[in-house]
Design a protein around this ligand. Structure first.
Ligand code: FMN
Length: 325
């Protein structure tokens, strides 16, 4: 008998559905779907051809040794390739990649023509973008009923900036911080919304900046840039060239700044001089900065439509003064 105080004292809730898996397979699947997962594309190369499929059965198993697992339907047309290849790569999808999941979740022959990919160090296709890559050696295949369970030893991993695509209750989803993390419990009763005319000026500036940044997101996405890359390009465009300086200017933190720099080095947007430790924009990086700034300029002009030159000048003066003191 559990004697610990209950966290929730509401009366016990009746299940929406219940039973034994063999009686109602769909209801059983719906109950499994209550557990949220990410989505990965598992890839391999077999007989000279890239092979890949979408899965949500990927899971971490062990840190030392580094082991992961996923399971494949025994009847899958890709099963022979994954059992025969002895290696596989796990490509973890980011929140905007529902289409990639759909492509690799269907038995299409042209999957790899629809995505950007390159062979990894261990020969398996690595899809980009992705928020994580694990290159694995197949260590053990266990029988899992109508599935094979493929346990792999991780040989290499790469983590990229970005948020995961989730799958739960039979549909795609995105991750959001839990509301309880955003405000301490005591402050959770909603505070009446403040009229902008009553907001302290600094709060108004902050909420305006947040709103505009959200609205600009679609322009950034149209240029194919992540938030991290766009901040880095802006800072590099302003002449900031050291790792420390970039980290401070972008508020990205050390790991994400390094990740973004590595991605930009790989994309050919920056070069790194070992002797000075400085990062410099390449011609292609500079043209990205120009494209980003042009978009920002067009966006600003559109937002300021309807204001007089004098009103804009006054607003600028206020902001200059706030920055100066
Ligand atoms: C979100 C999602 C998750 C999936 N998870 C798995 C899985 O864990 N294991 C599996 O065998 N198939 C899974 N599938 C189905 C395969 O991706 C699908 O059957 C694919 O077409 C297999 O390729 P094939 O043509 O080689 O059989 C999933 C599909 C989707 C869309």
């Amino acid at each position: 008998m559990n004697t610990a105080p209950l966290l929730n004292t509401a009366p016990a809730v009746q299940p929406v559905e219940e039973g034994q898996p063999q009686d109602d397979a769909r209801a059983f699947r719906r109950c499994l779907g209550q557990f949220a997962t990410g989505i990965a594309i598992i890839t391999t190369e077999f007989e000279g051809q890239p092979v890949g499929m979408a899965v949500n059965s990927f899971a971490a198993v062990s840190l030392d040794p580094a082991l992961v697992l996923w399971s494949i339907r025994k009847e899958s047309s890709s099963a022979a390739a994954f059992l025969g290849a002895q290696k596989y790569a796990v490509n973890i999808l980011e929140e905007e990649q529902t289409e990639v999941s759909r492509i690799f979740g269907a038995g299409r022959a042209d999957k790899f023509e629809q995505v950007r990919w390159a062979s990894g160090v261990h020969g398996c296709p690595l899809i980009s973008p992705a928020i994580g890559h694990f290159e694995c050696a197949l260590e053990h295949v266990a029988d899992g009923g109508d599935h094979h369970i493929l346990i792999g030893r991780v040989l290499r991993f790469s983590r990229f900036d970005g948020r995961p695509l989730l799958f739960t209750q039979g549909q795609y989803a995105v991750a959001q911080s839990h509301p309880s993390l955003l405000a301490p419990a005591a402050e959770q009763t909603p505070v009446p919304k403040q009229d902008s005319s009553e907001m302290p000026l600094l709060s108004l500036l902050k909420s305006t900046a947040q709103k505009l940044s959200g609205q600009f997101e679609e322009h950034r996405e149209a240029l194919g840039m992540t938030l991290a890359t766009s901040r880095m390009l802006n800072a590099l465009g302003d002449g900031i060239s050291t790792l420390d300086g970039l980290e401070r200017a972008t508020y990205l933190g050390q790991t994400s700044t390094e990740d973004a720099l590595n991605e930009m080095l790989a994309n050919g947007y920056v070069t790194h001089a070992d002797a000075s430790g400085e990062y410099t924009l390449t011609a292609s990086g500079r043209s990205k900065v120009e494209a980003l700034r042009q978009r920002a300029m067009d966006f600003t002009l559109q937002k300021l439509k309807g204001l007089t030159a004098q009103e804009i000048a006054t607003a600028k003066k206020v902001m200059d003064s706030l920055q100066a003191h």
